[in-house]
Design a protein around this ligand. Structure first.
Ligand SMILES: [Zn+2]
Length: 531
């Protein structure tokens, strides 16, 4: 049984669009495609006039935090409060909504508020239950006094090497005591260890909720980065409850726990795990991303390395020997430099395509080494508009030249995967493509492009979320394209109509991405969603 879609505009990167395709819902594969008028009518049991609609390969987000996206959608969202008063109102709302012992919130950004929140702000609302509120980046949280007490973080606690415990300054009545703000693994991680873990059931419902939302925006594959979640994913896979394919990456800190795949490439229907994630540095907005030069006005702060060089060497060697691919969090140029050094030293094979997640600040001199090491950057175009608000206050001028260098990477022949880092940024791939093409500079109200030389073309932006992500997940021979033999994963877009009532020419007018939405999503030749 074959199905023919004709009179369509079927995206083909770098070539004239196909006007028709035949796919087989039983095998889940595309049988053939063409640009000519000779439709294979007699071979097909069903046919559909697509009325010139645009069809793209299923979109693929190769780095996001699905579990936390589910928590955000499912009631822990703080919605970026604009002031400390609004922050407190959100804390109250969350504490009324959550009946567990711990109150957990997610999604504030001090750059958008009058000041950094502290434990006193939460204590005012919640003093009898432990409460923690994550910053939007998840690299920073603020805890109330009860939570600090449970985690035994006091004025006597020493500063961790791989993170920070913020303290009240000299002259404050609580000078030297923790403010409640904890940063990176040494701070956030210490708090998480003190908390009871989320139950597998809760994780499962959160993951399910998030994946259903992902499907609605046209994502047919995702690469979740969720720690202590393997059991939840495996249970969902065993119940046939994963609506889209999940290329799960385990966390290195979980490798010796029972919540980790029993072997590399452990694969189920719609679930596989090839990668293990390590964190080299922190994040830009917490000024913990590891730079080669100090942050502006920072007393020489060059960011934080989350691992010692010995630990980096040990983890790279162990992960590679165990048969996994490396997935490495690097934001600052110093983090990438150290990573490349140890990829070589540990003889990590370039053909294993080590993933470098983020790559926000790169120096020109690192690019050749990146090519040699075979790394695949998994990048987040939507960071650009968000970060333009503050970036000029944080980075020294010398590093402003090589920030979010997406075009530079592509020109070097380095294939990049497109991703969102949701829930930090929106998981809508159409918005991601728009941001890759236009790089809106919010410092100037979004009307002009930030470092315009790095703007991508429509084709390059679509490639990020299709062929690029498929390459990042080692699956480019079966996914990321519409063509004979490929999996029949595709998205029909709703594009604004022209005067003749025909969908407009989206590739020629990429600004239309803002007004497009997803009409239908097909996975393995079956309609998975109709909006
Ligand atoms: Zn992330």
């Amino acid at each position: 049984m074959s199905v023919l879609f004709y009179n369509a505009r079927i995206w083909r990167s770098g070539a004239e669009c196909y006007s028709w395709m035949v796919f087989n819902p039983e095998t889940g594969k595309i049988v053939k495609c063409g640009t000519d008028q000779n439709l294979p009518l007699e071979e097909c049991s069903k046919k559909r006039d697509m009325k010139r609609q645009w069809i793209f390969p299923g979109f693929h987000d190769c780095h996001l935090h699905v579990e936390w996206l589910g928590y955000k959608i499912g009631g822990k969202n703080m919605d970026l409060p604009p002031t400390i008063i609004a922050f407190k109102e959100k804390v109250l709302e969350l504490s009324n909504k959550q009946d567990g012992v711990w109150v957990i919130g997610y999604g504030w950004n001090h750059d958008m508020m009058d000041r950094m929140p502290d434990k006193a702000d939460i204590d005012e609302i919640i003093s009898d239950r432990p409460a923690i509120m994550f910053r939007i980046c998840q690299h920073i949280l603020v805890a109330n006094s009860k939570a600090l007490e449970i985690a035994q973080i006091t004025d006597k606690t020493e500063d961790p090497l791989n993170g920070r415990i913020d303290r009240y300054p000299e002259g404050h009545k609580l000078a030297g005591h923790p403010t409640g703000v904890l940063r990176e693994d040494g701070g956030v991680g210490a708090m998480l260890k003190a908390m009871p873990p989320f139950s597998t059931k809760l994780q499962e419902s959160s993951i399910t909720l998030a994946l259903q939302e992902c499907l609605k925006v046209g994502l047919t594959s995702v690469h979740p980065c969720d720690n202590q979640c393997w059991k939840a994913y495996r249970n969902l896979a065993n119940q046939n409850s994963l609506p889209i394919h999940c290329y799960f990456s385990g966390w290195y800190v979980d490798i010796d726990t029972d919540n980790f795949p029993s072997k590399p490439k452990d694969a189920y229907d719609n679930l596989s795990c090839e990668c293990v994630k390590v964190f080299i540095d922190g994040a830009l907005n917490g000024e913990t991303a590891a730079l080669s030069e100090p942050y502006l006005n920072s007393d020489g702060n060059k960011g934080v390395l989350q691992m010692t060089e010995e630990e980096i060497e040990e983890s790279f060697t162990r992960i590679t020997k165990a048969g996994y691919r490396l997935e490495i969090h690097v934001i600052g140029d110093r983090a990438t430099e150290i990573t490349l050094k140890y990829l070589k030293k540990c003889k990590v094979p370039p053909e294993s395509r080590p993933l470098l997640v983020h790559c926000q600040i790169l120096r020109e001199d690192l690019l050749d080494e990146m090519v040699k090491c075979g790394v695949v950057p998994t990048i987040q175009p939507s960071f650009v508009p968000t970060d333009t608000l503050e970036i000029r206050n944080r980075l020294p001028q010398s590093l402003m030249q090589c920030i979010y260098p997406w075009k530079t990477l592509l020109k070097k022949g380095i294939i990049c995967g497109g991703s969102s880092d949701a829930p930090i940024e929106t998981f809508d791939p159409l918005q991601g493509m728009y941001d890759a093409i236009f790089r809106p500079d919010n410092f100037y109200g979004g009307d002009r492009s930030f470092t315009p030389d790095e703007c991508l073309t429509f084709q390059e932006a679509v490639d990020l979320y299709t062929t690029g992500s498929a390459y990042a997940d080692n699956t480019e021979t079966t996914k990321g394209k519409i063509g004979a033999g490929y999996q029949a994963d595709f998205v029909i877009l709703k594009v604004p109509l022209n005067n003749q009532g025909e969908p407009m020419d989206l590739p020629k007018q990429p600004e239309l991405l803002k007004s497009c939405s997803v009409k239908e999503v097909w996975i393995k030749g079956q309609c998975a969603l109709e909006n």
